[in-house]
Design a protein around this ligand. Structure first.
Ligand SMILES: NC(=O)c1ccc[n+]([C@@H]2O[C@H](COP(=O)([O-])OP(=O)(O)OC[C@H]3O[C@@H](n4cnc5c(N)ncnc54)[C@H](O)[C@@H]3O)[C@@H](O)[C@H]2O)c1
Length: 275
């Protein structure tokens, strides 16, 4: 064993390639899902987008845009990540159409406008846990077991949130409106990631999470824009991220560029959690 010389190093571009690999992206009709799916396709992956049946038109549109722009295969499956049968069915479809899965971006999630412990209904708490936490667990473990049974490694990337590390600061007039279910489920995703990482490390399956800050996406469709702009005052960079600014970390984690990285979480928040 000795350290490598410069001429022995791999090419960064080769390490970044996903040519011939298959990547599943859940929440593939949404903002972060579609932008990261595009990034994964650009480095060569064939793409499977998964989202709920109500989003079929967007899924179709995103698949066409990806295959037109990058020339890779892009198909979609409809289903609910919180439903085990639905997730199993999605992987069955993937195996039937593309043979296997190498990269899993377990990204589907929901957020509420009102999510505080004073008033949140138990039903809404449960729904958030089912989708944001159980959904990630199901997509990860069924996918990891598939990779294991196919005898190859892979990379799993879970979408947590900076809200899994901190409680997003609300304006002074809303001091009793800080989020509860979203923050709890996303903290769960950060820790779930570490457990998946250690349980599958011997199978060459890596698992990491990303923790975005404020990324302008479909998640904010039902929210008040002036309230959101107020939130940006807490961001040192004083702005939302665009959907371009989340792609790099997902491509990095999906590829051999990050081959020694597992069980880690990456915060992409314009500095929000510095304060
Ligand atoms: N945008 C942000 O500022 C931000 C910040 C931190 C974390 N996140 C997380 O990023 C992920 C992606 O969100 P986004 O910002 O792209 O929002 P988005 O609303 O544009 O996308 C989320 C997608 O998940 C899908 N989805 C919801 N429930 C589902 C289910 N049961 N089964 C399958 N798909 C389902 C939605 O239909 C939607 O297309 C989410 O997990 C979200 O919590 C977003």
């Amino acid at each position: 064993m000795r350290p490598l010389k410069i001429h022995e190093l791999k090419s960064v571009y080769e390490m970044m390639s996903l040519k011939g690999k298959v990547a599943l992206v859940t929440g593939g009709a949404g903002g972060i899902g579609r932008s990261c799916a595009a990034g994964l396709a650009e480095v060569g992956a064939n793409i499977v987008l998964m989202d709920i049946p109500q989003k079929e038109n967007l899924l179709k549109e995103n698949c066409k845009a990806i295959s037109d722009r990058y020339g890779t295969k892009a198909i979609y499956v409809m289903g609910d990540v919180s439903d085990e049968a639905s997730v199993k069915n999605a992987y069955d479809e993937i195996v039937k159409e593309l043979g296997t899965v190498d990269v899993i971006f377990s990204n589907a999630g929901i957020a509420y406008n009102e999510d505080n412990p004073h008033t949140l209904s138990l039903e809404d708490w449960q729904k958030m846990v089912d989708i944001n936490l159980t959904g990630v667990f199901l997509v990860d473990r069924i996918g990891a077991n598939l990779m294991k049974s196919h005898g190859h490694g892979g990379s799993i990337i879970n979408t947590a949130s900076m809200s899994g590390h901190i409680i997003n600061r609300m304006p002074r007039d809303k001091m009793d409106k800080h989020m509860v279910a979203y923050a709890a489920t996303k903290a769960g995703v950060v820790h779930l990631t570490k457990s998946i990482a250690i349980n599958y490390v011997d199978y060459n399956i890596r698992c990491n999470s990303i923790s975005p800050g404020l990324i302008l996406s479909g998640l904010h469709d039902h929210m008040d824009m002036s309230e959101l702009e107020k939130l940006c005052e807490h961001v040192p960079m004083k702005r939302f991220a665009t959907l371009n600014e989340i792609i790099g970390i997902v491509v990095y984690l999906a590829t051999d560029l990050s081959s020694y990285v597992t069980g880690s979480d990456f915060i992409i928040d314009g500095g929000f959690t510095i304060w």
